[in-house]
Design a protein around this ligand. Structure first.
Ligand code: SF4
Length: 383
């Protein structure tokens, strides 16, 4: 068998910026703040009161790489379900509270790892901050102040006329100051807007004016394609400045898709260890093979692989051998054949019809070697 050097690189991966220094807090076992990796969140779409369905969806999100999950709590039935969900979930559960302050206390009592409050739509929220701070402190429960453009505090709307970056940041900082008056600092903040430009500026203002950890989100980002692009550019612009401690991609799509996009954004910026990466060319008039089909088949064959393997799928010999050599594993196609590269060396040449199965075989073999080198801690599961 070919001897290859595998495993995680000896030097830490390069990132674009140092993280902005923040306070640290614990959302259950997940640390949030500059001393901890940027975490990925999502939110369930089930009726929270349906405990089994909610736990099932949380399990799917966990398998997809979600670190923290949020559940809505619009009714008394949902509040009653929180203790069971918080206890049985494998990842920390945050209760998301709008309108009804009594559910803030129910969620804290239920053992939720944190509570998200929206000061803009909880009646007389400012009067209740002291009581919330006391309950949260007693239970060690952090609070997220989650300001949204669509439900901005009426006072700020009157002052600014619309949800400007300044209005969003001022609303969040005002609420944080009320908690601080009660000596409560276990806070993280989000200021979401559907326009990435407004959202980016709002977070930049927050980052200049406080040291609380920040939860990034473009709210109502839209269907999967648009929401993915909006979130990627907005998070990228902020993470490039070291701003952002936990992220949630909001898509009009199943929440597992949000987690995949969030994880991929972090992996792309070296803020989360990379897993399987398919490097495939866009194809062009020189292609001597159906690159799209080949890339799709290789991606499907290796789906679920957890090892940081880079697989290059290239359509011809112009850039093919170069890219294939740079990857852990690759193919450069041409003349009805595929040259298979492993760690820069051509290990075999196979007919076009055998390219996919050969790449999958070689990938599994490399993954097993990596698994042995990692002491069996790497999961190799393919679908
Ligand atoms: S590798 Fe070949 S086929 Fe693919 S885009 Fe480049 S030149 Fe075109």
């Amino acid at each position: 068998m070919t001897q290859v050097a595998l495993g995680m690189p000896a030097t830490p991966p390069v990132t674009l910026a140092d993280r902005r220094k923040t306070r640290q807090l614990q959302v259950g076992p997940v640390g949030v703040g500059s001393d901890h990796p940027v975490s990925v969140q999502s939110m369930t779409t089930t009726v929270t009161a349906d405990v089994n369905a909610t736990l099932q969806q949380i399990a799917e999100l966990t398998a997809a790489g979600c670190d923290i999950v949020r559940v809505a709590c619009p009714s008394a039935d949902d509040a009653e379900a929180l203790p069971a969900i918080a206890r049985k979930s494998k990842i920390p559960v945050i209760a998301d509270i709008h309108f009804q302050p009594k559910y803030v206390f129910a969620a804290i009592e239920a053992g939720c790892a944190a509570v998200r409050v929206n000061p803009g739509n909880i009646k007389k929220f400012d009067d209740k901050v002291g009581e919330i701070a006391r309950a949260a402190k007693d239970h060690g429960t952090p609070i997220r102040i989650g300001v949204n453009a669509g439900s901005l505090d009426a006072r700020l709307m009157r002052k600014y006329g619309k949800a400007t970056p300044e209005a969003l940041a001022e609303s969040a900082l005002w609420e944080a100051s009320l908690f601080a008056e009660h000596d409560f600092h276990e806070l993280k903040i989000s200021v979401k807007h559907n326009d990435p430009v407004v959202m980016i500026r709002a977070y930049e203002i927050l980052a200049e004016q406080c040291d609380y950890p920040l939860h990034l989100g473009v709210t109502e980002a839209g269907p999967a394609f648009q929401g993915t692009v909006k979130s990627a550019v907005a998070f990228g612009a902020l993470l490039r400045q070291g701003i952002g401690d936990t992220i949630r991609v909001s898509l009009s799509a199943p929440p597992v898709e949000e987690v995949k996009v969030g994880a991929q954004i972090l992996q792309s910026l070296n803020l989360r260890p990379r897993k399987l990466e398919i490097v495939s060319c866009p194809s062009c008039g020189r292609a001597q093979v159906d690159v799209y089909k080949l890339a799709d088949e290789v991606t499907a064959g290796l789906e679920g692989m957890e090892v940081p393997l880079r697989v290059a799928v290239m359509g011809c010999v112009v850039n093919g051998p170069g890219e294939a050599r740079e990857a852990d594993l690759g193919v450069a196609s041409g003349n009805g054949k595929g040259q298979i590269f492993v760690k820069g060396e051509v290990v075999k040449t196979v007919p076009e019809s055998k390219i996919v199965e050969t790449l999958i075989e070689e990938a599994l073999s490399l993954a097993e070697t990596m698994d042995e080198q990692a002491g069996g801690s790497v999961t190799v599961v393919t679908g």
